[in-house]
Design a protein around this ligand. Structure first.
Ligand code: PEP
Ligand code: MN
Length: 338
């Protein structure tokens, strides 16, 4: 349920509604809007207490939210959520570019990449310090040392850092350093991790599970919001299908659907979506045309020497060229790359 306060409701009236919701045994989630505040209610399967809330001073209406992902749905909040990462505003109508290597491999390559990105106007850099690898024998990431190198790259260039958090044990160290914490496709339904991340303040980039339906993905986002972290950026990175011409099938049709039913920003990852550098530019353009709020692209100074995901990583020249080609596509859909 959602309690919609009237435009004149005082802070005291809102607090009284929150207290009453708690008294009824539920959790209140105040959602300030441009003209009025609403208070979302979770933990409430039925309509018990609805009438008592409706009669309280300052209450305009009490509405039933029909979808199970209460807090992330447009039924609860119509205005798009804008996520501010060091001044980069994701979801405000622009196309936010996040780029960088799959993994942080050494100081030289991460600094070189950060300087390159800064020079071409990209303000957020990705790079994994903790890597979820299919094989236990593959490069697992530099861990703490990788985080230290990312911090150095930020210090030198000012780029914000997006990096993956693999498990509950490393949430604190990753959250201390990162500007955005990435939850990978394999962890989308790791509920203990999501619950832990719901209690931090930093934004979460929540990748879609490779076999997750839209409902499952939004329910994962709901875990974050329900625990108190509403700074969630969704990321479509391709799903498993019978098609084997690309690494995954980048489900671009999910982008307009997500935007229709959720207020959260959604970005696309054509690198993992295609698995092949040659096809990343075309799918990046398609994602922008489909309404993505941003792109996350793997870029490496020497893709052939990358320790992970080299085949899908663009070199600097290819990234520069793709960025140029994206501009007219963004303009055509009234967006700017930022
Ligand atoms: C990554 O971003 O390098 C990564 C491991 O992504 P995903 O979880 O989408 O496979
Ligand atoms: Mn990767």
């Amino acid at each position: 349920m959602l309690v919609v306060m009237n435009a004149q409701a005082t802070p005291e009236q809102i607090q009284a509604v929150e207290a009453r919701i708690r008294e009824l045994g539920y959790e209140p989630h105040p959602i300030p809007g441009p003209s009025r505040t609403a208070v979302g209610i979770t933990g409430n399967a039925g309509t018990e207490g609805r009438d008592s809330l409706r009669l309280m001073p300052g209450v305009e209406d009490v509405i039933r939210v029909t979808v199970p992902y209460k807090l992330v749905s447009r039924e609860t909040k119509q205005e798009p959520t804008v996520i501010d990462v060091n001044g980069v505003r994701i979801g405000e109508g622009g196309v936010t570019m996040i780029a960088g290597p799959c993994s942080v491999e050494n100081e030289e390559m991460i600094l070189e990449t950060a300087h390159f990105l800064r020079d071409v106007g990209v303000r957020l850099m990705r790079g994994g310090a903790y890597k979820p690898r299919t094989s236990p024998y593959a490069f697992q990431g530099l861990g703490i040392e990788g985080l230290r190198l990312l911090a150095k790259a930020r210090e030198e260039t000012g780029v914000g850092i997006v990096t993956e958090v693999l498990d509950v044990e490393t949430v604190d160290v990753v959250a201390d350093m990162a500007d955005v914490l990435q939850v990978g496709t394999r962890n989308m339904q790791n509920y203990s991790l999501l619950r832990r991340l719901s209690r931090i303040r930093k934004p979460i980039l929540l990748k879609r599970g490779m076999a997750a339906t839209l409902d499952e993905w939004l329910m994962a986002a709901e875990y974050l919001a329900a625990g108190g972290n509403r700074n969630v950026i969704l990321c479509e990175r391709g799903v498993r299908t019978f098609a084997d011409h690309t690494r995954n099938t980048l489900d671009l049709s999910v982008i307009p659907v997500v935007k229709h039913i959720s207020h959260l920003p959604v970005i696309a990852d054509p690198s993992h979506g295609t698995g092949k550098a040659d096809f990343v530019p075309a799918m990046s353009k398609a994602a922008v045309a489909a309404g993505a709020d941003g792109l996350i692209i793997e870029v490496h100074p020497q893709p052939a020497r990358a320790m992970s995901d080299g085949a899908q990583s663009l070199n600097f020249d290819a990234f520069r060229q793709m960025s140029d080609e994206l501009q007219p596509i963004a303009s055509a859909v009234n967006r700017r790359i930022n």
